[in-house]
Design a binder for this molecule. Structure first.
Ligand code: PLP
Length: 374
């Protein structure tokens, strides 16, 4: 046997997180995470679960009874949505205009679904006419789209136009709201979105670990009447209903500390007021955008589908994107990120999310980037 490893005390660097997530965590959330653990069936925790559900409904702008934090990261909430709503043999329509549409396709296939695609270039939103054409060409059961594409910095505008096409064809709609929840206007009920999943580590400024999910009655009816069980036991919503529904019976041990964290993060959303929070993101990211443009940099997305929470900035000719990223981290403890997939090497991704979305961070990004490019 080897000797006991000599591992030092934890001492992470003190970064300013302005990348695609996670964002800086609010000190109140960190404090909530250091409060004592209780059992996951403790009466006090059961009460707290109700509070979290209520706060999640507020933040999603929904009255959906079926609104829960899924244990796991955003991908767990994503797989809970797709893996339960898509039945073997169903057809799911997914977008090709970014990285996360591709992940939707992979999950739908693993759920036994047949995948068909609606195309748009990386860096552009879906065109409702193309979505309508895809519905005319295929018998679609489930339509998935990404409201805020983190890989491209593109906001999908006109969400009600997309959901009405799907509903005219009796399909259910699943929206990826990982990078929009709590930062960009999102109205699940008013926009007729049947299922939405999200992550806590972006505009909610909470560590990853418990991820928002909401389903309306139509979607839940489909889930509860599936012919075959969902393939994942852990993410089977008909089983999770026992824990998050009336019964409050054991299914798995909830990540207590993460539930504390999301409760506090959502309390901060409610205190700020959701509409004011969306306005703050537009205001602060607007200042960032203006600062970057004043330096001669160009945003990748035009104003109509600019995503305040994720600013995709074109890398100037002759500049090595990776060198700048490394310099900002070394010299300023400042995290921004490179492009992914089709946009790799072409853009930087600068987040402006939650607690990180403040004027001080904007000044830091603009001055540090100015220095890096000088
Ligand atoms: N969907 C989008 C749009 C995302 O940006 C992410 C993560 O960045 C995910 C899904 C997956 O979330 P996670 O990495 O927390 O599993």
């Amino acid at each position: 046997m080897s000797d006991a490893p000599d591992v030092g005390e934890l001492s992470p660097p003190n970064r300013t997180l302005m990348g695609p997530g996670p964002s800086d965590v609010h000190p109140r959330v960190l404090r909530a995470m250091s409060t004592p653990l209780v059992g996951h069936l403790d009466p006090s925790f059961v009460e707290l679960m109700d509070e979290v559900q209520e706060l999640l409904r507020y933040t999603f702008r929904t009255d959906n009874e079926w609104t829960i934090p899924v244990s796991g990261t955003g991908s767990a909430a994503m797989e809970a949505a797709i893996g339960n709503v898509v039945e073997p043999g169903d057809t799911m329509l997914v977008p090709t205009n970014g990285y996360f549409g591709g992940r939707m396709a992979e999950m739908a296939e693993r759920a036994g679904g047949d995948v068909v695609e609606v195309d748009a270039p990386w860096g552009e939103p879906l065109d409702p006419d193309d979505v309508a054409a895809a519905f005319d060409a295929h018998d679609v059961d489930v339509f998935g789209f990404v409201h805020a594409e983190t890989s491209t910095g593109v906001l999908q505008p006109e969400v009600p136009a997309l959901t009405s096409i799907a509903h005219d064809h009796d399909a259910l709609v699943i929206a990826d709201t990982v990078t929009s929840i709590g930062g960009v206007e999102l109205r699940v009920d008013e926009w007729d979105v049947d299922v939405a999943y999200a992550g806590p580590q972006k505009c909610l400024s909470c560590p990853p670990g418990a991820s928002p999910l909401t389903l309306n009655d139509e979607a839940m009816e489909k889930v509860l009447n599936r012919e075959a069980d969902a393939r994942s036991w852990y993410l089977d919503l008909s089983l999770l209903e026992g824990y998050w529904g009336e019964e409050r019976a054991y299914h798995h041990t909830a990540p207590i500390t993460n539930v504390y964290a999301i409760r506090e993060a959502l309390r901060l959303v409610a205190e700020e007021d959701i509409e004011e929070r969306w306005a703050r993101h537009r205001r602060v990211a607007g200042a960032l955008k203006a600062g970057l443009e004043a330096m001669g940099l160009e945003m990748n997305a035009p104003e109509e589908y600019w995503l305040p929470s994720l600013n995709a900035v074109r890398v100037p000719d002759g500049v090595d994107d990776g060198e700048v990223i490394d310099y900002l981290l070394d010299a300023y403890d400042l995290e921004i990120a490179s492009g992914l997939g089709d946009l790799e090497g072409d853009i930087w991704r600068i987040g402006c999310m939650g607690y990180s979305a403040n004027p001080k961070n904007v000044s830091l990004v603009v001055s540090a980037l100015g220095d890096a490019l000088a």
